[in-house]
Design a protein around this ligand. Sequence first.
Ligand SMILES: *Cc1c(COP(=O)(O)O)cnc(C)c1O
Length: 824
Amino acid sequence: MTESIPPIATPTHDVDGFVRQYLRELTYTQGTTLERASLNDKYLALARTVRSYLMARWNRTMTQQYRKQSRSVAYLSAEYLLGRQLDNALIASDLEQIAAEGLERLGLSLDELREAEVEPGLGNGGLGRLAACFVDSLATMDIPAIGYGIRYEYGIFRQTFVDGRQVEEPDNWLDNGSPWEIARPEQEVAVGFGGHTEKYTDDDGVERSRWVPGWSVLAVPYNYMVPGYLNGRVNTLRLWSARATHAFDLKIFNYGDYAEAVRAQTFAENISKVLYPEDSTPQGKELRLQQQYFFVAASLRDYIDRVLEEGFDLHRLPERITFQLNDTHPVIAVPELMRILVDEKGFGWDEAWEVTRQCFAYTCHTLLPEALEVWPVELVGRLLPRHLEIIYRINEEFLGQVRERSGGDEMLVRRMSIIAEHPERAVRMAFLATVGAAKVNGVAELHSQLLRDKVLHDFAQLWPEKFTNVTNGVTPRRFVRLANPGLSALITEAIGDGWVTDLERLRELEPLADDAEFRRRFREVKAANKDRLVRLLAARDGIEIDPSTMLDVMVKRLHEYKRQMLKVLHVVTLYDRIRSGELDPAQVVPRTVVFGAKAAPGYKMAKEIIALINHVGAVVNADPVVSQVLRVAFPANYNVTVAETLVPAADLSEQISLAGKEASGTGNMKFALNGALTIGTDDGANVEIRQLVGDEHFFLFGLTEPEASAIQEAGYRPAAYYEQNPGLRRALDLVASGEFSGGDRSVFEPIVSNLLYEDRFMVLADYQSYVEAQDRVEGAYRDEDAWSRSAVLNVARSGFFSSDRSMRDYLERIWHAEAVPVEL
Ligand SMILES: *Cc1c(COP(=O)(O)O)cnc(C)c1O
């Protein structure tokens, strides 16, 4: 039989094969012709063409994974900020050149078609982007791995500005269809909610519990390709979409209540409707807990019933898999696995716990106490009654252990309890994760140390060996190779192309920092990248920037701890100094300050700061004298696609959070790798960047974490800094005076009084140090040759920040899985 089936060949890896496949996709899948096709048709045909080159690799990966059943990793993350897929698929399959030529032959332009892709914005910022970098690295390193998450119908909102204020618009990323996903409705999984639990005696006379859910939804998986870079592997990212169960709506429908049937369906499908904006103050949002349980329950079910071979002995589960919990969002997986093992598989409590606690590892991503998730017991009990019972039992056994070890220290017991009593009874998800995981890691050296010393101190005392660090990283494929083709070509010419998968090899560039010709070419690349940015901002935002100026960039989510406010005060100070004649414009290094930031829709202060940036920018840019040397650009809707053009063009990278508040940062790494110099505090991974690139090539300022803590403990009084520092006083007075709000003093009054009387993130305390560091930046930038030498050294010494290295650290310290090359 099978002999008569001709083999299906992957299209040939040349221009002819590409063109043939493209026309086939356009004609037979898209159902159109070259003449009639819309831009979207042409893009979709291109995406499917590239996909068809990867399909055989994907199938082979899955087949071999199933056959070999090697130890693997399941990354559980509520967010994946993927960025555009086409470019990445092109470089992963070595098709860039072929596609460009093939399309040209058809009278089409690759550059034009790639602009038609809407990036899937299924994440808020750093945490979601990290997950995307990690799955890329795992595939490239040939690690059997699967990513699990949620296919939000609406990802992170699209930001626009109206009168300088943020307005959110829905992100309809699926409107034109997504060629990168493959739905697997036949692999849907039912996920229960609500209802009650009951005790019963099983056939062997054993007392057991079971959960009788009150309602359920279906989780439908959508598979995304995660192609390794030029290897044989294509891993899978499996994102779940919610559908109403068939019984759910049909029953009502049959009773003739069409409206009710639709309502029920909408209710169920709301679960994967929209990504929650991260605002570091997780409100008790019921739908959010539903989302978390929804994707985690579907993923565990999928892994156990579909990925594992039939009849696999679940006692051996830890030999096969680690479920990595990306922050606390998926932590409900811990009681869920206990429920599966105890209630469904008949395990005793202790043996189930032994398995469970070895299967999970937890990555903590914050230090802000208000960002640690807690769920009201009332809500958990209503939505997941059996899980609440299990959490209570886990807590009871754990606290018994604490009592025993501490000689009954009840204060300690209360501090460590998974259940908080105040202000309301609630489940502390970070504590549940720490108790339920074999390993707990922070995301930069400083952050991991502060976790051990502060946030999870009692736990680190109890289980010192459980705690470890893995410093974050970014994928060099997307953030250098793809985002910065000019620099990539220059590097490859100098040291070969091995750096793309072995980023430490950038070290070989070090001697070239002293080579004047290399530095000149490096500057040429930077200049070309700036021109590219000029074109993007003109076309996308109608913003004009001067590429001959120093590009000073601060892009990241808008949050008070990240201190965009400090950057604004610096801009206001420059404006004031020039206007007052204190600074001769002829003596100022011309600079363009670029901001990019979304604020969580409910985060008032963050939105006020956005308005302030835009208003200060408008005044600065309109001033005939100041605008000769200082301009502000704030393109709306910062996302991965913008980052890919902005980061390679930057001269100066702003990483200015209050020390001890930024867990790691990954934006800082992207900039250093693309040859920007950092002005930054001793915070997160900045510490490691500075250690690696060297103090002379990094502009350090600000309080250290211990200094900041000490001032806070002694009673921080921001107004004292205002009173004693004339420059700061003038800047703040200018904001308060209505200078940037058409004379209306009330507009920015909340910002000013917050800074004067609260200033939780010590903007005023670090102001002087920051302004002085910016003066040092100016001095350094004037020496073009010395600056580019530092920039080259930043690139050469930042190889450590590859997410491939992060993966190696996770593999060694936590996962203990090995590479399994996919055979051709
Ligand atoms: C890298 C990245 C981030 C994270 O930036 P940080 O400076 O580390 O906060 C956020 N958003 C996007 C789009 C990114 O690419």
